[in-house]
Design a protein around this ligand. Structure first.
Ligand SMILES: Nc1ncnc2c1ncn2[C@@H]1O[C@H](COP(=O)(O)OP(=O)(O)O)[C@@H](O)[C@H]1O
Ligand SMILES: [Mg+2]
Length: 254
């Protein structure tokens, strides 16, 4: 039975898609069966895993129960993927009744047995799509940039997670805060790391010991649609994701 892990925050450009992509590649390298779900209508993860989005079924079709979830899965060398497309935005308007936050959870039920891990990428918002992600999730990773605006956003994310826990998913847990694009030579980054620690202590959640350094190879791999673990293996950001994978294993998340 797959363990479902998601990466969320309402801010864009902080590394959600990169994290899902890198962790999927790392788990694949460890021989685990991984399914990625793209829950962002902007389809960045679908793009970087080379999924076909023009004439294919997407997570929107699976959530609407128009087709079986199995029929929405595409194979990529890194991991299997259910892509998204812009239509996913329509879900908010189409479903207004109660239980509309369980559409994703229900859609994943029939494919959970086929995988060790399901990794979910999220949109930069805390609306109905993210509510669906959180309702289906066991562990959530919260990426942030080492700056004050990103850190401020964490309070709202934490509040949303606590609400979901109470309202519809008591098993939901925060795996940790992940600092991305870190540069140890920047005083501001060091201060931001300290602030993240303080926030995390207040919320009684971990900050990962591993930070992801700023690394050009990560964005190159992303835009060239390459497997992050195979692209410039010695690049620092790529090594950092290997360390994060190990830390997630040590913490019992993977
Ligand atoms: N550690 C990093 N170093 C350099 N570029 C990064 C790093 N993390 C993410 N990026 C780049 O920053 C941009 C935003 O990252 P992305 O993962 O798409 O964020 P999100 O999914 O939160 O919007 C992408 O172009 C990505 O390649
Ligand atoms: Mg993204």
């Amino acid at each position: 039975m797959a363990r479902i892990i998601s990466v969320i925050t309402q801010k864009g450009g902080v590394g959600k898609t990169t994290t899902v992509n890198a962790l999927a590649a790392a788990l694949n390298k460890h021989g685990r069966r991984v399914l990625c779900i793209d829950m962002d209508p902007q389809s960045n993860l679908s793009f970087s895993l080379k999924a076909e989005t023009e004439d294919s079924y997407t997570i929107y079709d699976a959530m609407r129960k128009d087709v079986s979830t199995l029929d929405c899965i595409q194979r990529s060398p890194t991991a299997d993927i259910i892509p998204s497309d812009i239509l996913l935005n329509a879900l908010e308007m189409e479903y207004t009744g109660i239980n509309r936050e369980f559409l994703l959870k229900e859609a994943l039920e029939s494919v959970k047995n086929l995988y060790d891990y399901i990794l979910i990428d999220s949109p930069p918002s805390l609306g109905i799509l993210t509510a669906n992600v959180l309702s289906a999730t066991r562990y959530v990773i919260l990426p942030t940039l080492p700056d004050i605006f990103s850190l401020q956003g964490l309070t709202k994310v934490h509040e949303t997670i606590e609400h979901t826990k109470k309202a519809c998913n008591p098993r939901l847990e925060i795996a940790g805060i992940l600092i991305n694009r870190y540069n140890k030579h920047f005083k501001l980054h060091k201060e931001a790391y300290g602030t993240a620690k303080l926030l995390a202590d207040k919320f009684e959640i971990p900050v990962f010991n591993t930070v992801i350094r700023n690394c050009k190879a990560l964005s190159e791999a992303h835009s060239l649609q390459c497997d992050i673990t195979k692209y410039k293996k010695s690049a620092k950001g790529i090594k950092d994701f290997q360390l994060l994978t190990q830390e997630l294993m040590d913490r019992g998340i993977f």
